[in-house]
Write a protein that binds this ligand. Sequence first.
Ligand code: ATP
Ligand code: MG
Length: 337
Amino acid sequence: MIEIKNLTKVYKTKKGEVKGVDNVSLTVKEGEIFGIVGYSGAGKSSLLRCINLLERPTSGSITVDGTDLTSLKGEQLRSSRLKIGMIFQHFYLISQKTVYENISFSLKAANYPKDQVKQRVEELLKMVGLSDKRDVYPSQLSGGQKQRVGIARALANNPKVLLCDEATSALDPTTTKSILNLLKKINKELNITIVLITHEMDVVKEICSRMAIMQDGKVIEDGSVYDIFANPQAALTKEFIESVVTLEIPEVILNGCEGPIVKVTFRGKVAGEGVISDTLQQFNLKGNFLHGSIEYIQELPLGIFIMELKGQKQEIEKALQYIENRAAQVEVLRNGL
Ligand SMILES: Nc1ncnc2c1ncn2[C@@H]1O[C@H](COP(=O)(O)OP(=O)(O)OP(=O)(O)O)[C@@H](O)[C@H]1O
Ligand SMILES: [Mg+2]
């Protein structure tokens, strides 16, 4: 659906050139929710703004729904852009206009048939759950309600893609959840492809199927959210995951361990099965659990357990092999075999 090829965005400033995006290539598939994560200044917004050509790339190409946007200008570009809606952290609603007018404004700007505007706005308000706020001004709305107006406005012209720039970063956790649920509903019911940028890994874990991690303008890792959580490669990716899955063990506890300390990661259904207890029994080992969690990533369990193993060295080796053969990943963290 979205094909980004060798995209670079260089900003010319008084102090010289700044690379906002550095040779990024990514594919976003039709119907998915794709997350882009990175710290402040990583280039997330620059990349997102290039997708709808709010910012013209310095080099590289952007193809959305089969059209190479970088080759278009003027009217052609304007009409292709209608396929792409966008929402922002700070909503950018027009304060002198009512909720109704904020939404109808973008329909009028796109020459929507005049006699259908009212019906369309009401339909959109219903979808975002704001029918009762039709005639109020933005100042009378909560943050979550403002973002709902932003979403209704972004969807007005039936886009195929919705770009979200930190859409929940200004909201509290409960409101964030309700907006994420609304985005999920839009994705499913309207089959709109969503690209979402955030610095919160929680958001990605909650609704994205695939993701990319950005650092210094580059994509340093990308893939399915589940795979990245199960087996992160880059140090920064690990850091982001640790912000939602904490597996810290106090140093005094670690120092008190004699046997090897292993981390076992179970994927999928097996996370709930008794593989560890079976193994301990079979190889006559004792397991001292130091940490354990089962994360649910879009309803698919990912089990992570850290334990000290006590028993005969040879049996421990066999046991680790046995666990590994059962869909798990085993990593010796300390006191090697
Ligand atoms: N209009 C601009 N002019 C000059 N430099 C810019 C401009 N926009 C962004 N940059 C620079 O490009 C880099 C990437 O910025 P960008 O806003 O894309 O990061 P970000 O990941 O969205 O950060 P944040 O999480 O803070 O929103 C930064 O070094 C930034 O200073
Ligand atoms: Mg940004």
